[in-house]
Ligand binder design. Sequence first.
Ligand code: JAH
Length: 273
Amino acid sequence: MRVDIISIFPEYFAPLDVSLMGKACERGILDIRLHQLRDWAHDVHRTVDDTPYGGGPGMVMKPEIWGEAIDAVVGAAAAGGEAAPEGAVAPRMIVPTPSGRPFTQEVALEYAKEPWLLFTPARYEGIDSRVMAEYGSRLRVDEVSIGDYVLAGGEAAVLVMVEAVGRLLPGVLGNAASVADDSFAPGTMENLLEGPVYTKPPTWRGHDVPEILLSGHHGKIARWRRDEALRRTAEKRPELLARLDPDSLDKHDRRLLGEIREKAGPGGDPHAL
Ligand code: JAH
């Protein structure tokens, strides 16, 4: 997968050379290309921002600079100056913003199927909206939020998304099964949190590893893990439980959820199933 990132802080992305993402880059599974937005500025000060129309605090990123930068990065391939990734004419463009659609595991899986992503993280109050309008009719543009808080800019959100997508690419994780067992993974873990995990020693500072995990009974262990996932989700994320597909629940699941609901009583969480 090719990933282009246009930012006034390309150095912010140094962590992508570390650990799993670094390995994916070395192996050629991920081809990350960083671009300094200011390279497309017009003045000696390399200005990328201006005051907002209608007044108000802060500054807004100028559309012309972004337009020339995106045209250069995307068009270099289209113009034949440089090869686009196999089968890709144009990238999917992703703009992090608190007002975007929520980034979820489902979105990460969708992005993992793309041959080419272009991230355009903003600073200040954001990018002049006409940039998203212009490229919305030329590329597929997603305005995406990684959570309900405001950052100083979109760069940290890009790091989060590249890591969430990158680990899903074929050959990046050693064990493909771990992706299916992840919290939120579509299928049996959809809308569920993973339960607790343990390693050696069997007793540490008086805390024991649950006996079932030492038993070697793989069927019973799988059932226990599922119970723990349901309990933990009910405890920490009751609004997720409400979104569980009833068809995805077996009779053990239903019985356990019944018990959990009984304990919560009529004054239990109103969002719970
Ligand atoms: C802040 C541009 N969803 C998290 C998120 C994403 C982007 C931004 N903040 C939070 C942001 C300032 C300027 C983008």
